[in-house]
Structure formats: structure tokens, C-alpha cells
Design a protein around this ligand. Structure first.
Ligand SMILES: [Zn+2]
Length: 147
């Protein structure tokens, strides 16, 4: 009977560990899928705004009307959504340990010096070296030997 109790307790502990790890992973996954969903929704909204802008421009042009207010309000909204998109994009990249190329928006590893898609320089080739040098140049811990 006591053997069974030990086995049962061990199994219970193990199950708890697994649940803890799974819980952490689930939170990460939830955040990731939330961001992905956000990215999708923003992308959809931007497309619809472009469409609205195109349609409005077409209709206005066709009827020889001008409506700067409508056009610029759509433009403003697009700019807002693009900004939100880049923020979500940044968060997503961070979770995946990636950086987004400022030139072509291709995803690159954080360690990459050049963009794998367009060749744009992503960071200073010697950035790591300079960083190391700065650290070495930092003043050593000077503890007075005399009391
Ligand atoms: Zn690029």
C-alpha cells in the first residue's frame, strides 16, 4: 500500500512539473498567437483602407469631385495602422529572436549583420567588438586596500 502511495505521490509531482512547464509554454504560445492575430487583423484593415482610398479616389476622379478631407482622413488612418503594424511586428520579431529589415521588412536573425533578402546592413559589423572593448575599458573594481 505504501508503495502505491509513493508511486502515486511521485506521479502527482511529475504531473505538476509537466503542468508548470506546459503552463509557461501555453502563455508564450497565447501571446504569440495573439500577436499573430493582431498582425493579421491590422493587415486586413490596411488592405481595406487602401481599397477604400482607391475607391474614393476613383469615384471622386470619375465625377470630377475633390474631397481632400476624405482622402487625407483615410491617409491618416492608414499611417496609424502602419505604425501599429510595425509595433506588432517588432514584438513578434522579439519573441522569435529576429529583427525586421528596415529596408524590405524581411525577417533576419538577431545576429545577422546584413539582410538575407536585400543585403541592407542591419548593424555595425564591429558593434560586438566595440561593445567588448568598452566593457574592457570600464574601470576595474577599485576597492581601497587600506581601512
Ligand atoms: Zn532587407
Amino acid at each position: 500500500m505504501s508503495d502505491f502511495d509513493t508511486f502515486f505521490n511521485k506521479a502527482k509531482d511529475k504531473a505538476k512539473d509537466v503542468a508548470d512547464v506546459a503552463g509557461k509554454k501555453t502563455t508564450e504560445l497565447v501571446n504569440l498567437s495573439k500577436l499573430k492575430l493582431q498582425e493579421l487583423q491590422i493587415g486586413r484593415k490596411i488592405r481595406s483602407l487602401y481599397e477604400q482610398l482607391g475607391r474614393a479616389t476613383y469615384q471622386l476622379h470619375k465625377n470630377s469631385f475633390e474631397n481632400e478631407e476624405l482622402i487625407s482622413s483615410l491617409e491618416e488612418e492608414i499611417a496609424e495602422q502602419l505604425h501599429a503594424q510595425s509595433e506588432v511586428d517588432e514584438k513578434l520579431c522579439d519573441m522569435k529572436n529576429q529583427v525586421s529589415c528596415p529596408c524590405c521588412h524581411a525577417k533576419n536573425s538577431k545576429e545577422a549583420v546584413y539582410c538575407s533578402s536585400c543585403g541592407n546592413q542591419l548593424k555595425d559589423e564591429f558593434a560586438d567588438f566595440v561593445e567588448e572593448e568598452t566593457q574592457e575599458a570600464a574601470p576595474a573594481d577599485e576597492t581601497p586596500e587600506e581601512e
